[in-house]
Every structure is written in C-alpha cells, then in structure tokens.
Design a protein around this ligand. Structure first.
Ligand code: FAD
Length: 292
C-alpha cells in the first residue's frame, strides 16, 4: 500500500517545529522514519503533514553533565551505541542497543523516535524507565520534563501533547559500582522482544543488595518495573536461592493476553528465566564474582 496524501515541511528551528505542529492537529514529526514510514505505508498512520526535523540545528548532540546523558532528538541509535564516552558512563546502553532492529535501521532510526513511538516491546523505552530517566518536551507553553513512568501510557501512546516535540532524552549514568545486565528473547535477532528484562543492582561489601531496578518489556502495554522482584531481592544476601526466590514472583507482571507470538503462560515462564539470568549477571558484575 501507499501512504495517504500529506503535506511536508522541513523547519530549521525548534520554534518553527512547534508552530507547524500547532497549526495542524494532524501533523506528525518525521525523525528517522523507520517506524513512521512503514506505519504510513500500511495506513496505520495518516498524518496530514510531516514535520521533518532533520534540518533543525543542534538536535544531534550527545552530552554528559551532572550525571545525566542528554540525547538530542536526532541522535541516531548507532551514534549512541558507538559512543565510547556514553559506554563508559552507562555500559547497559550499548548492551541493550545491540538488540534494537538491525544495523541499517539503527543507522537511520533515532533514540528519541523510538521513545516517542513507544512500542511496548522496544528496548529504548525500557532503558529510560530502568535508568529513571526523563524526556524534555517543548510546546507552545514552553518546556517540561516528563518522567519515563508518566511518559509511557500504553502501547504506542505517550503523554506527549500533539503540539509538543521531544527535544531530548535524559538518562542518568549508571550508579557508581552498580552491576547491570539485559537479556531478551525474540524469535530472530533484530525482532521486537517477546520478553526482555534489564537490571541495575547495587551491592555492599557483605553481598547484600542495597538497591535494585529490574524492568521488562514485551509483557504488558508499556515497559514496566518488576516491583515484586525488586522488593524480593533488595536487602537480601545474594545467593542462587535468593535469585531463584526473586525470579519466582516475576510472572505476575505479565498482563498481555495470549497473542500470535506467545501465550500469557509462556511469557510468565520466559520472564522468570530472564529475571534469573539478569540478576545473576548483574550481581556478578557488581561483586566481581559469580553468585554461589
Ligand atoms: C524491520 C524493523 C525492525 C525493528 N526492530 C526494532 C526492535 O527490535 N526494537 C526497537 O526498539 N525498535 C525496532 N524498530 C524501530 C526502530 O527502532 C525505529 O527507528 C524507532 O522506533 C523510531 O525511530 P525513528 O527515528 O525512525 O522515528 P520515526 O519513524 O521518524 O518516528 C516514530 C514516531 O515518533 C514520533 N517522533 C519522532 N521523533 C519525535 C520527536 N522528537 N518528538 C515527538 N515525536 C517524535 C513520530 O511522529 C512517530 O510517531 C524496528 C524497525 C524496523 C523497520
């Protein structure tokens, strides 16, 4: 199929982008086009105007200050993935980005575009939630920061207003000494996750978990933090048994009904296995030793 008719504009400034969005309620931003263009071709999206942001200055910057990695709206997946300073500040990012589609798609698609597209099985929304990050939106009334937990409302639905553009994503760096891990199950490399889990663990000298962020995507209508797993593992001394016990309570977070990819029961089974794997790996990275 071909897209329905649309106008096209290519603003040079952020205020021109906001004006273009405000003038036409049917307008949509075009970033890398890797999700929007297929959706238009399938007539799942029919914007009346495309507001192409690739010529807006200063949207391709990546910077780190005050413990936050700032990722501009036109930063391509591949630029963030290959940035060594970002890798040193938050090694989980590169680890997760390896699972986002394929290299040609990561060369064009943007990180912020992925956040705005908000596929419930996508890796970048989970990263933002896990890291406790925010996005900065700009609209006719100025700018505002939106926490990941409020930004992702439903599958492919965010709390961004139609006349707002997301200027950048803000990802806190990995806490000092924390361990991290990410594992995903998909039918083929590059497909969206049937289930995926990430974890960030801080552990003290006595092998006790002092803080845990554990989240998943592909199992609900948004990425979710696995609160019951976090509660079970926080304060426990790391052993294979404590990790098993925490993994056992993961399944409740699965709220997707059976679909063409997996049954709910299978997703619960996958989730427990993935939680066990990421907790063990994050623990090993935090302590430098395999969990006994
Ligand atoms: C074959 C294939 C496989 C894929 N597999 C995966 C995968 O495994 N995991 C994964 O995460 N992704 C996957 N993707 C999607 C890919 O990551 C996209 O690049 C990404 O989701 C969207 O980025 P984009 O820059 O291309 O955005 P676009 O397609 O240009 O835009 C996507 C949406 O975001 C909006 N938008 C974009 N930028 C802004 C902004 N600054 N402010 C407000 N709204 C904005 C657009 O209006 C549109 O609604 C896949 C894509 C393809 C084609």
């Amino acid at each position: 199929m071909k897209p329905s008719l649309f106008d096209y504009c290519s603003p040079q400034t952020v205020s021109e982008v906001v004006s273009a969005l405000s003038e036409d309620p049917g307008a949509m931003i075009l970033a890398g086009g890797q999700s929007l263009v297929p959706a238009m071709n399938l007539r799942l999206a029919s914007p009346t105007r495309l507001v192409d942001i690739k010529n807006v200055a200063d949207l391709s910057d990546i910077s780190i200050s005050d413990g936050v990695i700032k990722v501009g709206a036109m930063v391509r997946h591949r630029d963030l993935e290959l940035d060594d300073t970002v890798h040193a500040a938050h090694p989980l990012i590169r680890e997760m980005m390896h699972y986002v589609a394929h290299v040609p798609i990561r060369n064009r698609g943007t990180v912020v575009g992925s956040l705005c597209h908000a596929d419930a099985a996508a890796e970048m929304p989970l990263l933002l939630l896990l890291a406790g990050g925010t996005v900065t939106a700009v609209g006719p009334n100025g700018t505002r920061d939106i926490a990941a937990a409020e930004f992702f409302q439903f599958h492919m639905t965010t709390s961004r207003a139609p006349d707002e553009m997301i200027l950048h994503a803000n990802i806190p760096v990995l806490p000092e000494g924390a361990g991290y891990a990410f594992h995903e199950f998909a039918r083929r490399q590059g497909d969206y996750a049937i289930a995926a889990v990430g974890a960030i663990l801080s552990v003290d000298g006595g092998n006790t978990v002092t803080s845990a962020r554990v989240g998943a995507c592909g199992i609900a209508s948004t990425p979710v933090l696995l609160n019951r797993v976090e509660e079970a593992i926080t304060g426990s001394t790391l052993t294979k048994q404590s990790i098993d016990d925490a993994a056992k309570v993961a399944g409740d977070a699965v709220t997707l009904p059976d679909d063409m990819h997996a049954t709910t029961g299978y997703r619960k089974h996958l989730l427990s296995g993935l939680v066990r794997r990421v907790l063990a790996e994050a623990a090993e990275r935090a302590t430098g030793e395999p969990v006994q």
